[in-house]
Ligand binder design. Sequence first.
Ligand code: GLU
Length: 432
Amino acid sequence: MTPAMSTPTQTIPSYLQADNLGPWGIYLKQVDRVVPYLGHLARWQETLRRPKRALIVDVPIQLDNGTVAHFEGYRVQHNTSRGPGKGGVRFHQDVTLSEVMALSAWMSIKNAAVNVPFGGAKGGIRVDPKTLSLGELERMTRRYTSEIGIIIGPTKDIPAPDVNTNEQIMAWMMDTYSMNEGSTNTGVVTGKPVDLGGSLGRRDATGRGVYTVGVEAANHMGLDISRARVAIQGFGNVGGVAGRLFSEAGARVVAVQDHGGTIYRDAGLDVPALLAHVAAHGSVAGFESAEVLENDQFWDVDCDILIPAALEQQITAANASRIKARLVIEGANGPTTPEADDILADRGILVLPDVIANAGGVTVSYFEWVQDFSSFFWSEDDINARLVRIMKEAFAGIWQVAQDNKVTLRTATFIVACKRILHARELRGLYP
Ligand code: GLU
C-alpha cells in the first residue's frame, strides 16, 4: 500500500507557476479582448502592446555599515500620446521590469479612462525597504531619482507614490530633481507633503475613489451599502481609507487581511480602532476583539463586497470559485488574473476593475500638478467635489459601454480608454 501523500502546507506562489502569464502577459490578454471593439483604430493596436520607453538603472548606495549595495531600478513610459507620462514608484522586493511595464500600461488605460491629460508610466526599485534605515532609504531614493532624471520632468513624466513609497519619499525626489536642475520644480512629482506643493485630499484620494465608484456600482446592482458586509485585503493608504468610508456609510467591515495576517469579526470590526492599531504596529496582527483566520480562509469569508487593495494576482483560478461577494472592487493594480475574471463573470460577480476603481489617486495627482503649475491651491472641499464628479462621470460612461456591448466593466473601461489613446495617436500621426 502506498503511504498517503502528505498535504503540502504551502502552495506554490502564483508568480512561480509555469503557466503564469505574469503582469505584462495579463495586460496583453486584456488588450486582445478589446481589439474587436476598436473599429478603425485597431490599426494602431500595436502601440498598446509596446512600451514607448523603458529605462533600467543601477542604484548603488553606501549602507550604514560602510559597505556598498546595488539595487536595480526601473522607469517605464508606456504611452505619452495624450500627455506626459504619469504613474507611481514602488519599492518592493518582487519588482521586475515586466511588472513595471504592466503597471505603466495600466496607468495609460487608467488616465485615459478618467480623461486626465496624461499618458502612462511607472517606476520601481527591487528592494525590501523595511531592511533599510531612514538614511539608506533617502540615499537610495535620491540616487534613483538622479538616474531616472534623464527622462522625468514636470512636462515629461511625473512620478508619485505607490506601494511602500510616501510623501517623504516624494519630497526627496522633488528636492533631488530640483537640485540637479538648479531650480525648485514642485511639479516633477505628485503626492508631496502639503507644505511642499502637495494637494489637500491626495492622501485619501485613492480610497475615496474606490468608495465613490463602489457606491455607484452597488446602486446599479440594488446592493444596500448600509447593510453590506465588506472584506478588504490590504489596509494601507487604499484599503484603510476605503474601509473607513464604507464603515462610515454603515457597512460592516467583517474581514481584513494584510502582510501580518487575517482578522475577522462577524459583527464588524471597529475600523477607527483598527486604523490606529495598524498605524502603531504596522499591520493588523495582534488586533484585539477579532478572530484570527488562516490566510487562505480569507477567500471564503461571507461578504457582499470584496476589496483587494494590496498586490497583483491575488484572485486566481485557485480561489475565484470560492468568493462569496457580489461585487469586487479592485483597489490594487492587477489583483485579478484573466482566468479568475472569467470565473467571476460566469458566476455573476461584478468586478469593478483597477483601471477605474483606483483612479482617484491619479485624479487628485492631476489636481496637484495643475495647482503646482498655477501656484494657486484649492480647498479640500473643492478637491473632493471635483474628484467625485470625475469618478462618477467616468463610471457612468463605462457602465453604458458595458451595457451597449454586453461586455465586462474591465473590457468596457479598456474600450473607452484605448479609443481615447489611439485617437490621440492617430491625430498626432507618425513621426517623421
Ligand atoms: N500609484 C498610483 C496608481 O497606481 C497613483 C499614481 C499617480 O498618482 O501618478 O494609480
